[in-house]
Ligand binder design. Structure first.
Ligand SMILES: [Ca+2]
Ligand SMILES: [Ca+2]
Length: 238
């Protein structure tokens, strides 16, 4: 019996090591062949976004449809559409790309993102990704300061709940993550159901290796969510 137990643990350890090796090789292959690059524009030129820290979803990678993201339609339904092209940075942010982006608007009547139904008040003028649909994804290249286990809080809105998931370097890393609905029947302004902000605390828990990594954020189910930021903290060093 003892011998069997020893053998069993030996085999289990060997399989775990092989799996880790395979994932490591897969990660290296993904990073080598990946054609996306960190976002930069006239206002942001910081390179890969830093972890620990706050990752802006609207700063998804450059490289276009099928490389840096997949979106249901080639139009940006926020920049240049809902927010007409008027020469301002926020209205025209990435307006020629398929991912749909907008920003938080304060001080209007009726109130938009500073409304009384917010669970948390986001910063004003904060860029976010909206018009999300199941099957869509976006990549964000990040620079990780230290290897370890990280959690992330998502600043979001969700009209009726939904599910997202994350990959690290092309490998599924989280499984489905349930997003709690921010729908509030008390709000009589129908379109404002897309603007009730909340933070999903510790929504994500992933292992990251020091250095360059590519995170993929998938919209898995429901959609109709707005993603602003993922705030990463290191919780363990291994
Ligand atoms: Ca689109
Ligand atoms: Ca979309």
């Amino acid at each position: 019996m003892r011998r069997f137990v020893d053998w069993y643990w030996l085999m289990a350890s060997a399989i775990a090591l092989m799996a880790a090796g395979a994932a490591g090789a897969q990660n290296a292959d993904f990073l080598k062949s990946y054609k996306g690059t960190p976002f930069h524009d006239s206002k942001y030129n910081g390179g890969a976004q830093k972890i620990p820290g706050t990752v802006m979803c609207a700063y998804y990678d450059m490289g276009g449809e099928g490389v840096a993201f997949h979106d249901a339609d080639a139009k940006n339904n926020g920049s240049g559409a809902l927010n007409p092209a008027n020469g301002t940075y926020l209205n025209e942010f990435r307006m020629n790309e398929g991912v749909d982006t907008s920003y938080t608007k304060f001080g209007l009547d009726p109130k938009i993102d500073d409304n009384p139904y917010d669970k948390v008040t986001p910063p004003a003028g904060l860029l976010y990704v909206g018009w999300t649909e199941p099957g869509e994804w976006l990549n964000v290249t990040v620079e990780v300061a230290e290897t370890g286990e990280y959690t992330a809080d998502l600043l979001y809105t969700s009209n009726r709940g939904g599910t997202i998931s994350l990959d690290v370097n092309g490998v599924a890393a989280t499984g489905p993550l349930m997003i709690v609905s921010t729908y509030d029947a008390a709000d009589a302004v129908a379109w404002r159901q897309w603007h009730h902000w909340n933070v999903a605390k510790d929504l994500v828990r992933i292992h990251l290796n020091k250095g360059r990594n590519v995170l993929t954020v998938h919209t898995v189910a429901q959609g109709q969510m707005n993603y602003a930021t993922l705030e990463f903290k290191r919780v363990r060093s291994s």
